[in-house]
Ligand binder design. Structure first.
Ligand SMILES: Nc1nc2c(c(=O)[nH]1)N[C@H]1C(S)=C(S)[C@@H](COP(=O)(O)O)O[C@H]1N2
Ligand SMILES: [Mo]
Length: 337
């Protein structure tokens, strides 16, 4: 990394998820509140941060509504679902703050009525769809998937969504389409992290991600509209987000407003922030460590509290090798991380 790059983004290495976590704790410790804040439940920690930053009362989201879907029947019996309060209370969504409790505390006011997704680029049928159009056109199904964050923690999540491949078939990519680019809502009034470089972890917004067309067409790749049988809460990326279970969590872009089919590989937010640490592929791989921590095992976010931390070995392609390894045949996974 060049010095000028370092100067332009002085904290790229420090603002990665684990970095911020420790930085935050260092700040709280310096303020002499570490002991109390750390022993509080996650929601109360967010309140302490709120009080520190002089925040006002936040709007709470309307309760999620039940969805109609085909229940999962193929999930491996060995998968134990992560409790719902963890799935919706321990999140990464930097537009709403960097702490795991921040998205649930701060995203309640996200306005999702009338949400539209614009689909454009190398396709025969560009179209703008609202959520009702999507639910009418694409039958929803439940998928119970492993979820592995690049920070080395994991969950098992019952998503409700539909294969992205169905949407791709509907818009008819041209022969020039090789990648699919995704973009999150850009609205600093609603997303405080987009207004302030410190609050937003120094990332460039809007958050963007991308897949190869082959990856996007893979039957495991979902657009999710729900979790635990109901519409997504804002903190999980309402009203629609990407799910790619064999890739690190940061590929799973939330609150999508645009999908663009391209000839060239599209940029992705964490890769732009720290290209040596977060690759374009971001396939889960226990043999390729993050430069600052091991990826060989993961902390299971489960029913237990802080004293009951379970670790398990991380699996190649997050346990989906049988389904996805063919996509990467002949590719050096160490260079293409
Ligand atoms: N727009 C946006 N999408 C995002 C993120 C984000 O900060 N902004 N965080 C990513 C990361 S690092 C993870 S681990 C997952 C977390 O999804 P969850 O909170 O639903 O578990 O969302 C991903 N999608
Ligand atoms: Mo993540």
């Amino acid at each position: 990394m060049s010095d000028s790059h370092r100067q332009r983004k002085p904290s790229a290495a420090d603002v990665t998820p684990e970095g911020i976590f420790h930085q935050r704790r260092a700040v709280m410790k310096a303020l002499g509140i570490a002991a109390c804040a750390l022993s509080l439940p996650l929601s109360a920690q967010a309140d302490v941060l709120d009080w520190l930053t002089g925040g006002k009362k936040k709007p709470t989201a309307p309760p999620p509504t039940p969805l109609t879907f085909t229940p999962e029947t193929n999930a491996p019996a060995a998968l134990t679902l992560t409790p719902e309060d963890k799935v919706t209370g321990y999140n990464n969504f930097y537009e709403f703050g960097l702490d795991k409790a921040d998205p649930a505390a701060n995203a309640g006011g996200l306005r999702t009525e009338g949400w539209k997704i614009q689909i454009e680029g190398e396709i025969a049928k560009p179209v703008t769809l609202d959520i009702d159009d999507i639910i009418k056109r694409f039958p929803l199904e439940e998928r119970i998937y492993r979820f592995r964050c690049v920070e080395a923690w994991s969950m098992v999540i019952p998503w409700v969504g539909f294969p992205l491949a169905k949407l791709i078939q509907f818009v008819e990519p041209t022969s020039a389409a090789r990648y699919v680019a995704f973009q999150t809502l850009h609205d600093p009034e609603q997303m405080p992290g987009q207004k302030d470089r410190f609050l937003g972890g120094g990332l460039d917004y809007p958050y963007v991600e991308g897949l190869t067309l082959e990856e996007a067409l893979h039957p495991l790749t979902l657009l999710a509209l729900g979790v635990y049988g109901k519409t997504l809460p804002p903190q999980n990326g309402a009203p629609i987000r990407l799910v790619t279970p064999w890739k690190y969590g940061f590929k799973n872009i939330k609150s999508i407003v645009k999908i663009r089919f391209t000839r060239e590989r599209p940029p992705s937010t964490w890769n732009l922030a720290a290209p040596d640490e977060y690759g374009f592929y971001a396939n889960v791989n226990p043999d390729v460590d993050h430069p600052r921590w091991s990826q060989a095992s993961e902390r299971v976010i489960g029913a237990g509290g802080l004293l009951n931390v379970q670790r398990q070995p991380t699996l190649l392609f997050n346990g989906y090798a049988e389904q996805v390894a063919h996509l990467y045949r002949g590719l050096n996974l160490r260079d293409n991380f």
